[in-house]
Each structure stands twice: as structure tokens, then as C-alpha cells.
Design a protein around this ligand. Structure first.
Ligand code: PEP
Length: 242
């Protein structure tokens, strides 16, 4: 498999801008992964029909159906055209206080419904400065061993919290070191084949250095994925590296 480019659009774009972006990527014949906000999923899915771009959601309920106002179930996402779902993104862990028990329930639910989780892990600046980065990432990865069917995830993303949306990027060496650690932890769980993406202020000017590190199988891109030019440029770099 070539390098993967995944776009986390977060709470951005509208139907028109999202569909224009998606249509351009489809026409280019690109194979990237898009994670639009909930109301954009269905129109973007329609736009992508016949192309190679894959679609995912940014969150999923741990519940199946019923009285859970405001939640969106894995079955609904699947029905709307999603193949994948982000679980464990730092904005869910830190802004919404999602803990390991909830994330484990979401992972299990997603896999049961046939969605492939893109599971995000990563340490805060305080944890890194306190020498706890690998310990934190190891604890995030540990829940994969409890979920069953973790081999059905689409990828793990290493996203140092201090590098997300801040303009700060892990150096290629920092990313490479953590990716090697993640690979060894995944291998111990029999999940050594899962792709590991790097996320945190990836842009066209740092994408090459990051994606050429060993064990960096692609990138999860937030801000730079909202503009066609920068997303295309990052995807071109991914294709070039192969
Ligand atoms: C993200 O939220 O997954 C992310 C990596 O964001 P950004 O690229 O904007 O740092």
C-alpha cells in the first residue's frame, strides 16, 4: 500500500465547499480518506460515487439505537456511506473528556457495525516534558488489545496533542521515534500490519520529511486539508514517495 493521506475536516466547511473539494479529488483520481462533519457525509458520499476516495466520520456513538439524543450510530454512518470512523481524537479526549472506557465501547461498536476505526493516540506537552510520552501512548494503545477485532481497524494515528492545530510539528525524528515505538507495541498485540499515520500541523512543506520516516505510513491532516491546493500538494508528495 502507498502512503495514506487522511483529511480531518473537523467542524469546518459547508455542503457546497465540501462537495466541491470532494468532486475535485475524485476527478483527480485520488485515493485519500475524507472525514467530514456529520451533515456533510451524505452529500459528500453522493459526490464521491464512482471514485477512489474513501469516507469516514469524526465520531460514533457507543450505543446501537434508541433514546440517545444527539448521538449518531455506527449503522447510521455506514448507511450514509462511511467505511471508517475516527476514535480517540485528542479533541474528543480532552475537550469532551472521553476516557478509555468510552473509547473502548466506541471501538467495539464501530467494528461490530462493519466500520473501520482510525484510532488516534498521543501525549500532551506536559506529558512529553515530564518524560511520559511513550507511557501515555502505550496506555492509549492498550485498549486495542481489549476490543477484539482490532485487526479490522484501518489505521492508528500518532497525533501529539501539542502539535495539533498549533502550527508546531513534531520533528521528523520525534515522529519516527514514536512511530517505531507504536509499531513495536502493535506487533506485540499481533497488529503489526496496521498502518500508522502521523498527525499534527502537517503541511506541504513538512509532509515529505515526515512521510519518509520509517514506520510513518501516511498522514492525518487537519487545517491543511481544508484547501484543495494544500491537500493536493500533500497527496502528490505521498504518491511520489509511493
Ligand atoms: C487533526 O486534528 O487530526 C490534525 C492533525 O489537525 P492539524 O493538521 O490542523 O494540526
Amino acid at each position: 500500500m502507498g502512503k495514506i493521506v487522511a483529511a480531518n475536516w473537523k467542524m469546518n466547511l459547508r455542503r457546497r465547499s465540501a462537495c466541491e473539494l470532494a468532486a475535485a479529488l475524485k476527478t483527480d483520481g485520488r485515493e485519500c480518506w475524507l472525514f467530514p462533519g456529520f451533515p456533510l457525509i451524505a452529500p459528500v458520499a453522493d459526490t464521491l460515487i464512482g471514485g477512489k476516495v474513501k469516507l469516514g466520520a469524526q465520531d460514533v456513538s457507543p450505543e446501537q439505537d434508541g433514546a440517545f439524543t444527539g448521538d449518531v450510530s455506527a449503522e447510521m454512518l455506514e448507511d450514509a456511506g462511511c467505511e471508517m470512523v475516527l476514535v480517540g481524537h485528542s479533541e474528543r479526549r480532552h475537550i469532551h473528556g472521553e476516557d478509555d472506557a468510552l473509547l473502548l465501547a466506541k471501538l467495539k461498536r464501530a467494528v461490530e457495525a462493519g466500520l473501520k476505526p482510525l484510532y488516534c493516540v498521543g501525549e500532551t506537552l506536559k506529558q512529553r516534558e515530564g518524560g511520559k510520552a511513550t507511557e501515555v501512548v502505550k496506555s492509549h494503545l492498550a485498549i486495542l488489545s481489549e476490543m477484539g477485532g482490532a485487526d479490522r481497524a484501518c489505521a492508528v494515528a500518532y497525533e501529539p496533542v501539542w502539535a495539533i492545530g498549533t502550527g508546531e510539528t513534531a520533528t521528523p525524528e520525534q515522529a519516527g521515534e514514536m512511530h517505531a515505538f507504536i509499531r513495536s507495541e502493535l506487533t506485540k498485540q499481533g497488529l503489526g500490519q496496521l498502518p500508522i499515520l502521523y498527525g499534527g500541523s502537517v503541511k506541504p512543506d513538512n509532509a515529505h520529511a515526515l512521510m519518509t520516516q520509517p514506520h510513518v505510513d501516511g498522514v492525518l491532516v487537519g487545517g491543511a486539508s481544508l484547501k484543495l491546493d494544500s491537500l493536493r500538494a500533500i497527496d502528490d508528495i505521498a504518491r511520489e514517495i509511493g
